[in-house]
Design a protein around this ligand. Structure first.
Ligand code: GLY
Length: 371
């Protein structure tokens, strides 16, 4: 019996792969499955556009995560029977003044130096690709291998695929503690019930540190990082934007139904999830500066989410010092992008005992010497 704590995109993905392999799997989710950070995300799959100097190891993981998306979408759409809106128009990074352009050029030179196929555009060339961009867009970089997916549809599809494959989903059920005996995991404690398990996967996102029962060295250094977002409605037949757009102050993600997502703040506010006037104002200002037509569009939704940020911003994946206790948490800004890779490598670890080389540097042990 395998228990997964957390019914977000990673927990559901791991559970689905294990259930398909014939394992008995139960996912415990404190709220409704796929309704926390998974639901709040924008679904950008843009590791090439977001590569930064100093993050080469994480970038390798993100690019490998991106590579696994097409097969994951194929399998998931076949299992669920509907599209999850995987889109491949690419991403456009724009500069709005000379300082932005200098920064964009620095990043572009680095990205090219590590072999990424990005293309530098003048403002004029950028407007030929996206005619509604502001006249102040002075330069841009197009990253045609960056994609996007409707994360809410993915969560819904995974939920259905997991249950159809025989997995058990227990929503609105808090796991209070992980039970460990003689350095082996033996189950989880609920409010009024003890559940035995041979393996427990901790995939509880921003809540991963709050589960009791772990020795202090094994409590993952994960904290909530608040993000505010909103959506405006474009006419679906005449969208204002087709690419994912990364501006200096906001990112914009156009959905097939005409919704245009605008995100996101990055705030250290603990578990606070209030929308603020300042947060929404800054996002709208940032979006409007690059795409002025946003000004006239109706706002259809505003929301917040809590990213699971680890101490070094990279995910925590793999075995721990306790036999049978496995981590799949701390994905921070990359939970959607890394979900297929997390599902594949963590299910493989449980099924075969083998840690994939790609996740080996991302174990919990890397924090040991810091404590
Ligand atoms: N991945 C986008 C964000 O964290 O806002």
């Amino acid at each position: 019996m395998i228990v997964i704590i957390g019914g977000g995109i990673c927990g559901l993905g791991i559970g689905w792969r294990l259930a398909c392999a014939g394992c008995a799997v139960t996912i415990f989710e404190r709220g409704a499955a796929g309704q926390a950070a998974t639901w709040a995300a924008a679904g950008m799959l843009a590791p090439y556009a977001e590569v930064k100097p100093g993050e080469e190891q994480l970038s390798r993981l993100l690019i490998e995560g991106h590579r696994r998306w097409p097969d994951f979408v194929r399998d998931l759409e076949a299992a669920a029977g509907y599209s999850v809106d995987y889109r491949t128009e690419g991403a456009l990074l724009v500069a709005l003044d000379q300082d932005d352009a200098a920064q964009l050029k620095f990043k572009y030179d680095f990205q090219r130096s590590i072999g990424l196929e990005l293309v530098w555009l003048s403002g004029y060339e950028a407007r030929q690709r996206e005619p509604h961009l502001a006249r102040t867009v002075t330069a841009a970089v197009v990253s045609s291998h960056d994609h996007q997916v409707d994360n809410r549809k993915v969560a819904q599809a995974l939920r259905e695929a997991f249950c159809r494959a025989g997995g058990v989903l227990r929503e609105h059920t808090d796991v209070q503690a992980i039970l460990i005996e003689h350095e082996c995991v033996c189950g989880v404690q609920l409010a009024n019930e003890t559940v035995a398990a041979d393996a427990v996967v901790l995939a509880a996102g921003a809540w991963s540190r709050n589960i009791l029962g772990l020795p202090s060295l094994l409590r993952p250094p994960v904290r909530p990082v608040k993000g505010q977002m909103l959506a405006v409605q474009m006419p679906p037949e005449a969208p204002l934007l087709n690419h994912v757009l990364l501006t200096p102050d906001a990112y914009l993600v156009p959905r097939t139904d005409g919704r245009l997502l605008i995100g996101a703040t990055v705030e250290e506010m603990g578990f606070d999830t209030q929308l603020t006037a300042g947060g929404v104002f800054e996002l709208l200002r940032g979006a409007w500066a690059a795409l002025p037509g946003v000004y006239d569009l109706p706002i259809v939704e505003m929301w917040t989410g809590l990213r699971p940020g680890s101490r070094d911003g990279a995910p925590i994946l793999g075995r721990t010092g306790v036999q049978g206790l496995i981590m799949a948490t701390g994905h921070f800004r990359n939970g959607i992008l890394l979900a297929p890779l997390t599902a594949q490598t963590i299910s493989q670890l449980i099924l075969t005992g083998t840690t994939d080389d790609i996740i080996a540097p991302f174990g919990l042990a890397r924090f040991r010497d810091e404590r």
